[in-house]
Design a protein around this ligand. Structure first.
Ligand code: ATP
Ligand code: MG
Length: 648
């Protein structure tokens, strides 16, 4: 039986950056990228050491890397402070009064915080934390809506060396409870409530429930966002705005060791129980800063919008730390993309004149489903660059994004990376890299990515295999919090000497990386190993299909049969005839072997709160089994119930 994944998708369209775009870009052509990349791989320590000068150090490091595999220390002996890098260093020049954060609430309120104002708010909140007993090294759990206070609370933690763990505001009491227990947090920062699709939803109440029986948490600091009645537990709960009356705005940043823990963030939980990923100060900040600079190619006057919530790694690295370290203007929007109607995002882009727009394939597929008339109503001509992250983007969704949103003039940075990697790993450099729809293209500077077979040997062009990283990089995770053994086993035992990503991929003849799906989801049909992403992309390329998730189920003859869960575009009816057409369509696009044995039409697919399809649940449903395993990160339980009901 073949070991590696056979590749089936052939995507031949190539889009070169326009001369106009390249001319103004930081990296202006492919040769320039290639030269810098080759140098960075030949001597990574020299490269990273040189790049580290982009940060403000209180004390310079003495050694770039101390690597006792699989444990890394970067910029050994160096001292710095993240909030000082993101705020203070922009205050002595023209950026002082530049917008750091532009925020819009779902109900429509607008706020702008200049670097000066943000700095002031962060200092005040850092003093509030201190006043409430939070010390260097303590864990602070942040459970807030997508409001500037989330960034303020994160930065305030970094100012005093507290370790934050942000929990997405849409998560339940149960999820908070798990993360409190795992991180050992002693302080929680939350709000009374938040807004979602016009409704005020409670947050503080979830914290109260999560804290039942918890003795570790000494303080809950509550921001007033939604004017809700909440229960205050005397001696434990305090209001943010009241505390602010007791402190000054003077809070010098604490110089911290380069390897001081910065935050713990739990992964999305697409493949199992979320893992508490630990990132540290110097390396993480360098990774997020450099990628923001080169991958988004932000100019001083740009309005940059990453739609991710701060509860995800994308929000950490590309709403808060990367853009602010760079001195950019980062836009935040609190609510749903279809509130009050399906053009909220396009309306925001037009009103603020957004130049760079970074979102997820799941959102793009929703936009397509809602119809082209929504973006068509708005002037999107301010956009210069687009980006995606989270899942493989199906080539048809890429094309739609490129044409309907980017007007055929904006390069798309399809960025492959993980909570664990801290920053972009495989991504186009927009002024330099010719693009092909559906591929994250080539590795970022200093990233030694490869595809290997089960024996750890690099595979040839278009042969699929495991995606690994062969050298440590500064923004890599340092461990799974409190569980070194699991860290070693999960990431460093599968392929000797390499970081194993868990993803399956192939490289085409130009060396471009195509993510074909999670390695555990690879289908094995009559001895052929197929990635899920390729079959799904073929389905999404059909005009009737909005979204597809493909899983294997046990099959006596073929080993595995292919089951496709499919949602249709608005107004299209699910019929036997359509099902047959889709099967034939897949057969025609990628070959008879990939033809689904069964197509199941669904109203919606089970997703994580960050919008990733949870194939492991669909696999269980397809096999007729009960759904087991961690479902705390599932977005909507009714989706699962409906899928199961249609099964009976
Ligand atoms: P868990 O590790 O708990 O199962 P998760 O892997 O979904 O959750 P994240 O760290 O949020 O948690 O997601 C990283 C994964 O997302 C990658 O391993 C990859 O599978 C997928 N991914 C992210 N960006 C891209 C992209 N541009 N192209 C293809 N896949 C992507
Ligand atoms: Mg993962």
């Amino acid at each position: 039986m073949s070991q590696s994944i056979e590749s089936v998708l052939t995507e031949k369209r190539v889009f070169k950056p326009s001369r106009e775009f390249s001319k103004q870009a930081k990296i202006k052509n492919f040769a320039e990228y290639k030269k810098l990349y080759d140098e960075s791989i030949k001597n990574p320590e020299k490269f990273w050491g040189k790049q580290a000068a982009e940060l403000l150090w209180n004390k310079k490091w003495t050694k770039v890397l101390d690597w006792k595999a699989p444990f890394a220390k970067w910029f050994v002996g160096g001292k710095l402070n993240v909030s000082e890098n993101c705020l203070d260093r922009h205050l002595n020049g023209p950026r002082r009064n530049k917008a750091a954060i532009i925020w819009e609430g779902e109900p429509g309120e607008k706020r702008t915080l200049t670097y000066h104002q943000l700095h002031r708010e962060v200092c005040i909140f850092a003093n509030i934390l201190k006043r409430n007993g939070v010390k260097k090294g303590d864990r602070v759990l942040i459970y807030l809506p997508h409001i500037p206070e989330a960034a303020i609370a994160m930065l305030a933690c970094t100012r005093i060396g507290a370790i934050h763990t942000v929990v997405f505001g849409g998560f339940s009491a149960e999820s908070i409870k798990d993360r409190l227990a795992d991180s050992g947090a002693t302080c929680v920062v939350t709000a009374d409530g938040s807004y979602r699709r016009g409704q005020a939803v409670t947050l503080k109440q979830n914290v109260d429930r999560a804290l039942e029986g918890n003795t570790a948490v000494k303080r809950v600091i509550v921001f007033r966002r939604a004017n809700m009645d909440i229960h205050i537990t005397e001696g434990r709960d305090v209001w943010w705005h009241r505390e602010a009356d007791y402190v000054t705005a003077d809070c010098p940043p604490v110089p911290l060791d380069s390897e001081h823990p910065l935050f713990i963030l739990y992964t999305s939980g697409s493949t199992g129980k979320p893992k508490g990923i630990l990132h540290t100060t110097g390396g993480y900040l360098l990774g997020s800063l450099l990628t923001t600079k080169y991958v988004f190619d932000i100019r001083e006057e740009d309005i940059y919008w990453c739609t991710a919530d701060v509860g995800w790694i994308t929000g950490h690295s590309y709403v808060v730390y990367g853009p602010l370290a760079l001195g950019a203007t980062s836009l935040m929007y609190e609510g749903a993309p279809n509130w009050p109607q399906s053009d909220r995002f396009w309306d925001i882009i037009a009103r603020y004149g957004v130049n760079i727009f970074y979102t997820a394939p799941t959102a793009i597929r929703s936009f397509i489903k809602w119809g082209d008339e929504w973006p068509a109503k708005h002037d999107l001509s301010s956009l210069r660059l687009l980006g995606t992250v989270g899942e493989p983007i199906n080539p048809e969704a890429w094309m739609w994004f490129y044409e309907k949103i980017g007007g055929g003039r904006c390069p798309i940075s399809d960025t492959w990376w993980q909570t664990e990697t801290g920053a972009h790993m495989i991504t186009p450099i927009p002024g330099a890299t010719p693009l092909k729809p559906g591929t994250a293209t080539l590795p970022f500077f200093g990233i030694d990515a490869a595809i290997v077979d089960d024996n750890g040997k690099e595979v040839g062009p278009n042969e699929g295999g495991k995606l690994v990283i062969r050298k440590p990089w500064p923004s890599m995770l340092r461990t799974i919090y409190g569980d070194k053994a699991r860290y070693k086993k999960q990431y460093w035992s599968e392929v000797k000497g390499c970081y194993f990503t868990g993803d399956g991929a192939r490289r085409d003849k130009d060396g471009y990386f195509w993510i074909v799906g999670r390695i555990d989801d690879v289908l094995n049909v009559a001895g052929h190993r197929l990635g899920t992403a390729e079959v799904e992309s073929a389905l999404v390329a059909h005009e009737a299909v909005a979204e597809a998730a493909v899983v294997g189920r046990p099959d006596e003859i073929k080993g595995q049969g292919v089951v496709a869960f499919v949602t249709l575009k608005t107004g299209i009816k699910a019929t036997e005839d359509l099902s047959e057409k889709l099967r034939k369509h897949v057969g025609a696009v990628i070959g008879p072997i990939a033809k689904p044995d069964e197509i199941r039409f669904a109203e919606a697919l089970p997703k994580t709160r960050s919008g990733k399809i949870m194939r492991r649940l669909l696999k269980q449903i397809a096999a007729g089994n009960a759904v087991t395993g961690d479902t705390t990160t599932l977005e909507d339980f009714s989706v699962l119930a409906k899928l199961r009901a249609s099964d009976e």
